[in-house]
Design a protein around this ligand. Structure first.
Ligand SMILES: [Zn+2]
Length: 292
């Protein structure tokens, strides 16, 4: 009898864990690029992407797109409000693919950022800059990259940066506070797999550094649960990590449900207050969003 009861309890516990985190999600890395929908045709019009967010409990996003029209369309649409999704708009630094390799020294990109800041979106002013990439960390010292980091801190804009750990230090060094004030969201928390100890060091050094966890190597292990060293790191800094979809190609839209379910699985294995922070609160706090 005891054995039977124990087995039953174990089963119930297993079922609860499998269900995962059920609260709201803040998608801190969402692109709505030209090839998803260019305003006239394309496989993922607004109704499609909003339906994907809604059925996955995604209640807010950091929205950015190449060019910025996709973000503006999301921000302006009544469909977005009807779906219960709050758009936190970011200025992407790319008008086209060629800009990926030169934005950090291109004065016309700096001017574009000024223009977009002045214009804003239907959902309010732009709240950040990015996502931008630095494939060579030395380019963090490009004149325009340096100016943009200074501007971000001065205008209280967040930054979404796909860079390595070396570039995090370089970018932070360009800010007036030497990185003590800038809200830098580290896309993928080091897609090249910076060791957990190095991530820990950067988190300790920069009080407003946030880690976004899409594509992070070594994050999850058996059963889609967090690997031990990442579980430890997230528990050490429960206010510093966020989840994201990174819909950089259309295929990511097709797998949006699986991506969000994957997050819910490992979030469900954390203490519930920590899961809620990573899933929602950290993003909401960063941008002052109300409770959903
Ligand atoms: Zn991305």
């Amino acid at each position: 009898m005891h054995r039977f009861l124990a087995a039953l309890l174990l089963l119930a516990g297993g079922a609860a864990a499998a269900a995962g985190y059920t609260g709201p999600l803040f998608d801190a890395h969402l692109h709505y690029n030209e090839e998803a929908w260019n305003g006239t045709a394309g496989p993922h019009p607004l109704a499609d992407v909003l339906a994907r967010m809604k059925r996955n409990g995604v209640r807010a996003i950091i929205g950015n797109s190449r060019p910025n029209d996709g973000t503006k369309a999301l921000a302006a649409s009544g469909e977005t409000r009807a779906a219960g999704v709050t758009v936190v708009p970011f200025i992407r630094l790319y008008r086209n693919r060629a800009d990926y390799d030169s934005w950090f020294r291109d004065e016309t990109i700096y001017q574009m950022v000024q223009d977009e800041l002045a214009r804003g979106t239907a959902a309010g002013p732009f709240r950040g800059i990015g996502e931008f990439h630095l494939y060579d960390s030395a380019n963090a010292n490009g004149a325009v990259a340096a100016k943009l980091m200074k501007l971000a801190e001065e205008k209280d804009l967040a930054v979404l940066a796909h860079v390595d750990d070396v570039a995090v230090d370089l970018l932070m060094a360009h800010t007036p506070s030497k990185g003590q004030k800038l809200r830098l969201v580290w896309a993928h928390t080091g897609i090249g797999g910076a060791p957990a100890a190095r991530v820990d060091q950067l988190m300790a050094r920069y009080p407003h550094l946030m880690g976004e966890l899409s594509y992070r190597p070594g994050l999850t292990c058996d059963g889609g649960k967090l690997c031990p060293e990442w579980r430890q790191l997230i528990l050490k800094y429960p206010q510093r990590f966020m989840i994201g979809s990174d819909t950089w190609v259309n295929q990511r839209w097709l797998y949006y449900d699986e991506l969000m379910q994957g997050y819910r699985t490992w979030l469900g294995d954390l203490p519930s207050d920590v899961a809620r922070r990573i899933g929602w609160d950290n993003g909401a706090t960063l941008f002052g969003l109300p409770k959903p």
